[in-house]
Design a protein around this ligand. Structure first.
Ligand SMILES: [Zn+2]
Length: 281
């Protein structure tokens, strides 16, 4: 159902996105920071990569964004005007993907896939396709509220500040060997980048786990039964049993274990029940 309460949350999400935009010209522009990628900026601003390219001529010729550039964030995708929603459906626009659309509605990709099972297994969505937008859960709306305040520190810290490009989402994906569940997100960052504890807690594991493909991995235990995993590291910086504080470096990005390319696998669990990390931010 797409009732009045949902519209209220949609407006709140708009506030989040506006607050997330920075730059000299205020809302409607974004100043590129060191380590930003175009796809990361697209996710952060809730605008598709194609729309960003269309609004910024320099992006038509450049392969990568450079720190210091001020990008125009197109107003047609501005939060309040975004997502023409009718009876809980959304028409996919050119260049959009499930991650961007999920973010726009304050949903996790898993929640969006739950309402649109035909796109499970990594199938692409095409412009013009109609998606069902499910009502958001209490968990998702709490996460959005935390971000809307801006000044209040969130319950969860991003393990790779400045790096937001996701190369593989949480959920079912198809590899060479067939479909498998991916219980985490893969975040792209350079080899050696410090990986920071998402929350304070205690180190459960800091070891090489090549049997299960994690490579060098750190597992942290947090209050309330939450557990976080950081995998494919090039180095671990903590020892089992040690107490860590939120934001403390616990390892470095690498490419160890069953991994193709340098990235961080970041997994979140509630009492070892896997959860989509992006639903927590
Ligand atoms: Zn992964």
């Amino acid at each position: 159902m797409w009732g009045g309460a949902s519209w209220g949350r949609a407006a709140l999400l708009g506030a989040v996105l506006t607050a997330g935009l920075t730059g000299v010209a205020g809302a409607g522009s974004y100043r590129v920071k060191a380590g930003d990628t175009l796809s990361g900026i697209a996710v952060r601003t809730g605008v598709s990569v194609a729309a960003l390219r269309a609004a910024n001529p320099r992006l038509k010729t450049a392969d990568a964004v450079q720190a210091g550039w001020v990008l125009t964030v197109p107003t047609s995708s501005a939060p309040r005007a975004a997502a023409p929603v009718k009876a809980g459906t959304y028409t996919v626009k050119d260049g959009e993907n499930l991650t961007v659309i999920a973010r726009r509605f304050g949903l996790s990709v898993t929640q969006l896939l739950g309402a649109n099972p035909q796109y499970r297994g990594g199938k692409a969505v095409w412009a013009g396709a109609k998606l069902v937008i499910p009502p958001r859960t209490a968990t998702a709306s709490r996460a959005v509220t935390v971000r809307a305040t801006g000044s209040r520190p969130g319950r969860w810290a991003w393990p790779l500040p400045g790096y937001h490009a996701i190369s593989s989402d949480y959920g079912e994906r198809v590899l060479d060997a067939g479909p498998e569940m991916h219980y985490g997100v893969d975040i792209v960052a350079p080899h050696g980048t410090p990986v920071r504890a998402a929350r304070s807690g205690r180190v459960l594991e800091a070891r090489a786990d090549f049997e299960r493909g994690w490579g060098w991995t750190v597992v942290l235990e947090h209050p309330d039964g939450w557990i976080t995993r950081y995998a494919h590291l090039s180095a671990t910086l903590v020892r089992a049993g040690e107490l860590v504080v939120q934001g403390q470096p616990v390892g470095r990005v690498g490419n160890t274990g069953r991994s193709t390319g340098t990235h961080l696998h970041f997994g979140t669990y509630l009492r070892w029940d896997p959860r989509d990390p992006l639903s927590l931010y």
